[in-house]
Design a protein around this ligand. Structure first.
Ligand SMILES: [Zn+2]
Length: 427
């Protein structure tokens, strides 16, 4: 049992106005990674660095790439076995056409109980909430055991360089659980889809559309690859069924290009085609096996098509080289994640959610990847993804966050830490 006085002591230190101001200050700093426009995570990171120093935290800044730093904030309690990480990213996606916005994307305008602007939802509001939660835990002087690491990371929206650097430098070595602060509308997300993205390049021979037999068309190979991908999807669907939180596994050909580059022309049979596939995985699928399957269909279809042309050319009494080639490149291999419901971090976040909202916690899954994917995959760290903000709103125009939900989130973060690092609890 965690005494109520302990919880109250921490919650008393959470000042909603300070949370709103911190969110607003962060949103007003344009932190889109756009070298041409001269914007990056640098200024937002510097702001957090100074803010954390003012709160008396031990802080460190690591340069991940030029103008792209991570900020690492440390908070230690009595010696203990656990280190909890709060993770939030400083980068935001582009606002796109700003004239399509009703509100200034970097204005942090408040209307009613909503704040508008790029990053209010994904994820500067939640970043501010985790920082305010850490500051409240520090100021309250509560007696906990272990440590908290605040990872304020760059480049979550693109290559996830920030979390990879964080891991490479050894910052994750002692972390025993992480809360990934992202807009999940108060849900406790314990699983995330994985992704394999691949590019097939089919090389035949270009020719005049009126004389296709003087070339080697790539189109039949493209058709067979699409068909084979669909068969793989059907097999996965039959084998695994629908995941409770993530839905169905999928093999989606997204880009089909012939010619692979340059302008298409109706009377020109292209010599090269390119097909991109976006595969999303759910727990139970083996990525090495799937990559092996993709290699097998590549070799098999190449053989089938060459045989097909050989047979066909015999019928037509045509002589040509049947040297059609199919190449396969794996562009992304990112595993799914699944944290057990009995894991102490899941219990802590559920307990805190129930304590603050009086509602039964709802489990869910994240359709995309987050920085947590790499903490889970490379360091075996159990993760829970949670935070304020409608799940449909990220990356849209007129992005917003509900301020009351944000305040509640800061409290849930703080109480989750109290539960997870409580020295008197047997777990
Ligand atoms: Zn995000």
């Amino acid at each position: 049992m965690i005494p109520n006085e302990l919880i109250e002591k921490v919650l008393k230190e959470i000042d909603p106005d300070k949370l709103i101001d911190l969110t607003s200050d962060l949103v007003k700093i344009n932190s889109v990674w756009d070298p041409a426009a001269g914007t990056s995570e640098q200024k937002a990171a510097e702001y957090v660095l100074n803010w954390a120093r003012q709160q008396g935290f031990e802080v460190q800044m690591d340069e991940v790439a030029p103008s792209r730093p991570n900020v690492i904030i440390a908070l230690s309690f009595a010696p203990g076995e656990r280190t909890l990480m709060f993770e939030g990213h400083t980068d935001v996606v582009t606002p796109g056409d700003t004239s399509a916005w009703k509100y200034d994307p970097f204005g942090a305008q408040i209307v009613g109980r909503r704040m508008y602007g790029r990053g209010t939802n994904d994820t500067k509001g939640n970043l501010a909430a985790m920082l305010i939660a850490m500051a409240a835990l520090k100021k309250s002087g509560v007696n906990l055991a272990g440590k908290i690491t605040g990872g304020v990371l760059c480049d979550e929206e693109d290559q996830m360089l920030g979390v990879k650097d964080f891991i490479e430098r050894g910052h994750a070595d002692e972390i025993t659980a992480a809360i990934i602060c992202e807009p999940e509308d108060g849900l406790i997300c314990i699983t995330q889809k994985g992704a394999i993205r691949a590019c097939f390049t089919i090389s035949g021979k270009m020719s005049h559309g009126a004389m296709p037999l003087s070339g080697l068309n790539t189109a039949p190979a493209v058709a067979r690859i699409i068909h084979a991908l669909h068969d793989l999807e059907l097999e996965a669907v039959r084998m695994l069924g629908r995941d409770e939180f993530l839905g169905w596994p999928s093999f989606t050909p997204t880009v089909i290009q012939a010619p692979a580059s340059g302008a298409p022309q109706l009377n020109v049979m292209p010599g090269e085609a390119r097909l991109l596939v976006d595969i999303r995985t759910i727990p139970g699928q083996s990525h090495p096996k799937m990559i092996n399957d993709l290699n097998l269909i590549t070799a098999e279809i190449q053989k089938q098509i060459c045989n097909h042309y050989e047979e066909y050319d015999k019928q037509l009494d045509v002589k040509r080289n049947h040297d059609l080639r199919i190449g396969l490149e794996i562009l992304t291999d990112r595993p799914y994640t699944l944290t057990d419901r009995t894991d102490p971090i899941v219990e802590a976040t559920c307990w805190a959610t129930h304590k603050l909202t009086q509602k039964e916690p709802v489990y869910a899954g994240v359709p995309g990847a987050t920085d947590g994917t790499f903490l889970w995959a490379l360091k075996n760290i159990p993760i829970v993804t949670m935070g304020a903000g409608d799940r449909e709103v990220p990356h849209q125009k007129d992005e917003w966050v509900d301020l009351d939900q944000l305040i509640e989130t800061a409290k849930i973060y703080a109480v989750s830490a109290v539960h997870y690092l409580n020295p008197n609890k047997e777990n």
